[in-house]
Design a protein around this ligand. Structure first.
Ligand code: EPU
Length: 341
C-alpha cells in the first residue's frame, strides 16, 4: 500500500550521505503503487525526485516536492534463443545483485560492471559503464510508467538515445517517466573484455590464465580494482566519478601532450580524444585535498567525498573550484556526471 510521509530526511537514501529533507516521501514497491500515485491529485503539480540507490545524486537543498524511492524487485529469465538469455530485473533491484545473479548462472556480459553502486532502474539513466563495457551493449528494452498519466510504455535501445553517461532520461524525458523494469540481453558464450586498465594485470596477480579465464574471474578482478581505488559509500560518502571524462579536439590534445608528455588520451573519433579527468584533477594538485568534510578522494581524484558532515553546498563549491583550476591549467572544461539538485 502506498504511504506518503511528510518531512523525511533523504540522508540515508543517497550515497553522498548529505542531509536534505523531502517535503513528501513515498516508497514505490509495485506498479499498483504507481497507479495509486497517479490518481492522487494533490501530488500532481509537485516536482518529483526519483531515487534508485541514490548513488549519482548531490542534494544541495531541501526538496520541496515528492521524493519517490523505487523498490520494485524481481529478477527473471524471460526469453532465450540460441545465443542469448534475456533477463528482466525490477527497477529497485541492487545492480550488483543482478550482476552476481548473471555471473553465478554463467550469463555473460555484465561481469565488468561488478560492484557499481545503485539500482537497475538508474542504470539506463546514465548508461552506466566501467572497464570497457557500458550497459547499452547489453540493453534490450525497459518498461516505464508516465508519472502523471500512469500510462505504461516500452522503450527500445534507440528510444533511450544512449551516450557516454547519457540517455534521453537525463534530458528530454527528464522527470516524466518512472522506469519499472529493465530487460538485458546476456550471452551464452562469453567474450572476455580484459584490455581495459588494470584488468589483465590483476587477473595475472590472481593467477588466472587463458585456460582458467571465466566471467567469475573477471568479476573478481573488477571487484578487487574497484575496492582498491573507489571509496565504499558505507564508509565515506561519495557518488562515484563526480565528473565525466572530457573529449577534446585532437589538435588541443597534441598541443597539451607537448607540455605534458604523460597525458593519457583515448581517441573516440577521428577528431576527438577522451582525456581522464582524474589525471587532470590530480595534476592540478587536488588529489587528497580536504576542506572541512568535503574532499577529493586520495586514491581516485575523479571522486569527490563527504567525510561526514559536509553540506551539498560545500561539495558543490569544491567541485566548482576543481573545475576552475582544471580550466585554468589545461584549458579544458570538465562537467559533472552527478545529478545536482
Ligand atoms: N588517473 C590519474 N589520477 C587519478 C585518477 C585517474 O592519473 O586520480 C588516470 C589513471 O592513471 C588512468 C586514467 O586516469 O590512466 C583512467 O583512470 P581509471 O581507469 O580509474 O578510470 P576513470 O576514467 O577515472 C572511468 C569511469 C568510472 C569507471 C572507470 C573504470 C567515468 C566518468 N568514470 O573512470 O566510473 O569505474 O572508468 O572503467 O567515465 C562512475 O561513473 O561513477 C565511475 C566510477
Amino acid at each position: 500500500m502506498l504511504t506518503v510521509q511528510r518531512g523525511v530526511s533523504l540522508r540515508p537514501y543517497t550515497t553522498f550521505g548529505i542531509e536534505a529533507q523531502a517535503n513528501y516521501f513515498a516508497d514505490i514497491a509495485s506498479e499498483t503503487d504507481l497507479n495509486t500515485l497517479s490518481q492522487l491529485n494533490e501530488f500532481t503539480e509537485l516536482p518529483k525526485l526519483i531515487l534508485g540507490g541514490g548513488s549519482n545524486l548531490l542534494l544541495t537543498q531541501d526538496f520541496p516536492g515528492l521524493a519517490l524511492r523505487l523498490t520494485l524487485g524481481g529478477i527473471d529469465v524471460v526469453r532465450e534463443d540460441d545465443l542469448h538469455i534475456y533477463v528482466r530485473a525490477g527497477a529497485g533491484v541492487v545492480w550488483h545483485e543482478l550482476v552476481m545473479y548473471c555471473v553465478t548462472n554463467n550469463f555473460a556480459g555484465m561481469e565488468n560492471l561488478s560492484l557499481i553502486p545503485g539500482t537497475v532502474g538508474a542504470a539506463p539513466m546514465q548508461n552506466i559503464g566501467a572497464y570497457g563495457v557500458e550497459i547499452e551493449q547489453l540493453f534490450d528494452h525497459l518498461e516505464a510508467v508516465h508519472i502523471e498519466t500512469g500510462e505504461k510504455r516500452r522503450f527500445g535501445h534507440a528510444d533511450c538515445r544512449f551516450g557516454y553517461r547519457e540517455s534521453a532520461f537525463k534530458h528530454e524525458l527528464k522527470g516524466q517517466y518512472i522506469i519499472t523494469s529493465v530487460t538485458f540481453r546476456l550471452d551464452k558464450t562469453p567474450t572476455f573484455h580484459t584490455r581495459y586498465g588494470a584488468i589483465s594485470e590483476t587477473l595475472a596477480d590472481m593467477g588466472v590464465t587463458d585456460e582458467t579465464m571465466s566471467i567469475r574471474a573477471i568479476s573478481d578482478a573488477v571487484i578487487r580494482i574497484r575496492r582498491s581505488k573507489l571509496p565504499d559509500p558505507a564508509e565515506i560518502g561519495n557518488a562515484g566519478s563526480f565528473f565525466k571524462n572530457p573529449e577534446i579536439p585532437v589538435s588541443q590534445f597534441t598541443q597539451l601532450k607537448a607540455t605534458y608528455p604523460a597525458l593519457p588520451g583515448y581517441p573516440t573519433s577521428d577528431e576527438l580524444v577522451k582525456v581522464p579527468a582524474g589525471w587532470l584533477i590530480e595534476q592540478a594538485g587536488w588529489k587528497g585535498y580536504r576542506a572541512g568534510d568535503a574532499g577529493v578522494h586520495a586514491k581516485q581524484a575523479l571522486v569527490l567525498v563527504n567525510y561526514g558532515r559536509a553540506t551539498g553546498h560545500e561539495i558543490l563549491a569544491l567541485a566548482r573550484q576543481v573545475q576552475a583550476s582544471v580550466l585554468e591549467k589545461f584549458g579544458i572544461t570538465i562537467n559533472p556526471e552527478v545529478n545536482i539538485i
